[in-house]
Design a protein. Structure first.
Length: 163
């Protein structure tokens, strides 16, 4: 019996750009080696908006709101969708957070007809400082390094306007 060899088309190669997202308290911190261009996350309001929308889908609005509305997985999910993060450089202890983030991002994207590619973990032995997130993104955030403020503005110019 002859079998027909099945071939799959080669997947398009995605160019990833390393980005180091900094919270306000981390703006003056020393960056980890090979962390990519730093960007001030506070200047990317689309991430906050997406994190709050993702968190709101789980909230029971008949009761009181929790003191912290969006958790770490909501923020990771928002970064996956908004910045098209393909990999986070995280410690082994945060893999469960990333798994929850991928589930939430997938559900959110499916309900809204958005594209979704799950993010993977690049396990890092170095502990990044508080407020520092290192990620490999499909969204271009490369080019010349202009500092965290200008890098964030350059990224923001590529994001959809949610207003």
């Amino acid at each position: 019996m002859q079998t027909v060899r099945q071939t799959r088309p080669a997947a398009a190669t995605e160019i990833l750009h390393r980005c180091c997202l900094l919270s306000e308290e981390a703006l003056g911190a020393a960056l980890p080696p090979q962390s990519g261009h730093a960007a001030a996350e506070a200047l990317l309001p689309q991430i906050r908006a997406a994190a709050m929308l993702i968190a709101a889908e789980r909230h029971d609005f008949s009761g009181r709101s929790p003191q912290t509305f969006a958790d770490e997985a909501d923020w990771f999910a928002a970064r996956i969708l908004v910045l098209r993060v393909r990999a986070f450089h995280i410690g082994i202890g945060r893999r469960s957070v990333l798994a929850a983030a991928n589930r939430r991002a997938a559900a959110f994207a499916e309900r809204r007809g958005l594209p979704f590619v799950p993010a993977t973990a690049v396990l890092s032995l170095r502990r990044h400082g508080s407020g520092i997130t290192v990620a490999d993104c499909a969204l271009p955030c490369g080019g010349s390094d202009l500092g965290p403020i200008e890098n964030a503005r350059r990224i923001a110019a590529q994001l959809p306007d949610f207003s």
